[in-house]
Design a protein around this ligand. Structure first.
Ligand code: ADP
Ligand code: MG
Length: 585
């Protein structure tokens, strides 16, 4: 009940539309209710007496009612859809907003496919309830009360016979719906599971191939697909039994009404039109009673969908503002790690006792083999995770004492493999600053060396990119991301350049763009680019979550360091490409 109320809260502010929908549904329902009565009266007054004018009058009345009814039906269908779509938009938005605020820890644990299924399937279930369900309930109530009244005033004995079968029909539909519901839930789960398997396989296709896991993945997928098939066959079987049973449950009272009502007619207690009305109303009320049965099942489905939606909405981010946290305003950008240790879970710590100090405006290069903890360090600076031990300060402020908004305003991230949103290039660049002017956007794009490319596209800045648009090359994407960061202009910039798809064509453009981006701010960069590493004020060499060496390039080269030994060789290779670009420049 609490869940239904919370869902209803989403539709509450749409009350004018809802009220209009209720009005339309009342008109169309009452219109539907009176048609059998007019029909019955028509039979009695026009057909029995052979009066053509009366027949015409009844035909006209019924036609008129039908027209009004159809108009009202249009209104109620349209308005209900409109209101429910608005409500589901609100729910979806609330869910997405919440998802944005959840910490990375949530995403480490949750499966993307399952979240996707909640955001789509469950919201759709809630929407169905808010549109069809709610107004149906109202309409069913109107019909049952209305028909009951009309029948009892006509002939109470016959009305009792008719009504007597209704609990049976209700019970039958409810029973079937309740048997179907767990099957549908299972189907939903399997679709979610298939979705996440598929998604994991698509995003990890290289890994799967590299480790020859195709067979294992295929088995998993097939098992789910097979389960889905079985469940759907079960659903079909239940429905196949239901339909003929319903026919029986409706046929028997019809025969009874005809038999008993016919006797009443012969006895002169009821007119032919009266019996006709009974038979028509019987079909009508039976239809609505079985809808009531379906609806009760739909409500329980909605409750489970709502419970899953609210479960996410009620998940508190474990990264949140401490009570009493402050907004220090514009920061200078001096960053210190003091004995920072961190672990993602209870297992061994990923970072051990990390300490270093960076002055405002300095460039820090992070080096180390894969898995040494580089990405983890930069994730800690923007507080995607909180340190397990020790502290991180900016200008002397512990980052846990600042509000998250002020921290994220000062710390920008330009992730290399960050996905571009399916939107125009313009919107992609302006992502962090939605109210940026076109001049500001162009300026950022020029500095990022991507302006010329953008204007060469047929639709320029309005070109659609991402899943549904133009596919950008690795280098172009990188420069769009750089332009995005330039526009945000954060004091502290974090660049994960490690996965850069080196695109020799545009290498020198990226270099220029990066140089512009780095200038004048505190920068943490994970990169292979030798000139940047050489110009760094601080190089941190990581191994197994510890800083094994720190200093400038010169300092580290002067001593017999790991940096000197290991990176000399590795960097020598990338030197070749640097010389290449040097020549082009
Ligand atoms: P790098 O960026 O240097 O390649 P990372 O910081 O990504 O290294 O990873 C450091 C260690 O932490 C690795 O052992 C990695 O497996 C582990 N790790 C990274 N991300 C997570 C996560 N979200 N949950 C659990 N362990 C993680
Ligand atoms: Mg990494």
């Amino acid at each position: 009940m609490k869940i239904i109320l919370r869902l209803l809260a989403f539709i509450r502010k749409r009350w004018p539309g809802l009220l209009l929908g209720l009005l339309c549904i009342t008109v169309s329902t009452v219109g539907g209710l009176v048609v059998p009565r007019f029909l019955g009266n028509g039979i009695d007054h026009a057909l029995s007496s052979g009066n053509r004018t009366t027949l015409l009058v009844f035909a006209a009345i019924i036609l008129g009612t039908t027209v009004i009814r159809s108009a009202a039906r249009f209104g109620d269908t349209y308005i209900t859809q409109l209101v429910s779509q608005q409500a589901s938009y609100d729910i979806r938005k609330a869910l997405y907003d919440h998802l944005q605020h959840l910490s990375f820890t949530f995403y480490d644990k949750a499966q993307t496919g399952q979240i996707m299924s909640r955001a789509t399937v469950d919201i759709e279930a809630a929407r169905m309830f808010l549109s069809a369900g709610l107004l149906n309930l109202f309409q069913i109530f109107l019909v049952i009360v209305g028909v009951g009244y009309l029948l009892f005033t006509l002939n109470w004995q016959l009305a009792l016979i008719t009504i007597a079968f209704m609990p049976l029909i209700f019970w039958q539909t409810l029973y079937v719906s309740n048997r179907l519901q767990p099957v549908w839930t299972k189907v939903q789960q399997l679709i979610g599971s298939l979705g996440s398997t598929l998604q994991q396989n698509l995003t990890g296709v290289k890994v799967i191939k590299a480790f020859s896991l195709q067979d294992r993945e295929k088995k998993k997928f097939n098992a789910d697909a097979d389960g889905l098939y079985q469940e759907q066959v079960t659903a079909a079987r239940i429905q196949a039994v239901y339909t003929p049973l319903m026919t029986m449950l409706l046929g028997v009272p019809t025969v009874l009404v005809l038999w008993y009502g016919g006797r009443q007619v012969i006895a002169g207690n009821l007119t032919i039109g009266g019996v006709t009305q009974f038979i028509l109303y019987l079909g009508m009320i039976a239809g609505f009673v079985s809808r009531l049965g379906n609806l009760s099942a739909m409500i329980s489905r909605t409750i489970s969908a709502g419970r899953r939606i609210f479960e996410i909405m009620d998940t508190d981010s474990d990264i949140k503002d401490r009570p009493g946290s402050v907004d220090p305003g514009q920061l200078k950008g001096a960053v210190s790690f003091k004995n920072v240790s961190f672990s993602y879970n209870e297992r061994a710590p990923v970072l051990k006792n990390i300490s270093f100090d960076v002055q405002a405006g300095q460039l820090v290069a992070l080096l180390g083999e894969s898995g040494s903890g580089k990405t983890t360090i930069i994730n800690l600076i923007s507080r995607f995770y909180d340190v397990t031990e020790g502290s991180i300060t900016i200008d002397g402020w512990d980052i846990r004492d600042m509000t998250l908004t002020s921290l994220r305003r000062n710390v920008g991230i330009a992730q290399q493999d960050i996905f571009l949103y399916s939107a125009t290039i313009r919107d992609n660049i302006a992502y962090g600053v939605p109210n940026a002017t076109l001049e500001q956007i162009t300026a950022a794009a020029k500095a990022a060396q991507i302006h010329d490319f953008i204007v060469s596209l047929p639709q320029g800045y309005d070109t659609w990119v991402g899943e549904r648009g133009v596919n950008l090359s690795g280098g172009e994407r990188q420069r769009v991301v750089i332009a995005r960061s330039l526009l945000v202009d954060p004091r502290i910039l974090i660049l994960d350049d490690s996965t850069s798809s080196i695109d020799t064509e545009t290498e020198h453009l990226i270099r220029q763009a990066l140089d512009k981006l780095i200038k004048g701010r505190t920068v943490f960069i994970i990169t292979h680019r030798l000139p940047i590493i050489r110009s760094a004020d601080l190089v941190l060499v990581l191994k197994d979550g510890q800083i094994v060496e720190k200093g400038t390039h010169e300092e580290l080269m002067a001593v017999n360091s790991v940096y000197h030994k290991t990176y000399q060789e590795q960097l020598a290779e990338s030197n070749t490409s640097e010389i290449d670009t040097g020549r082009r420049n």
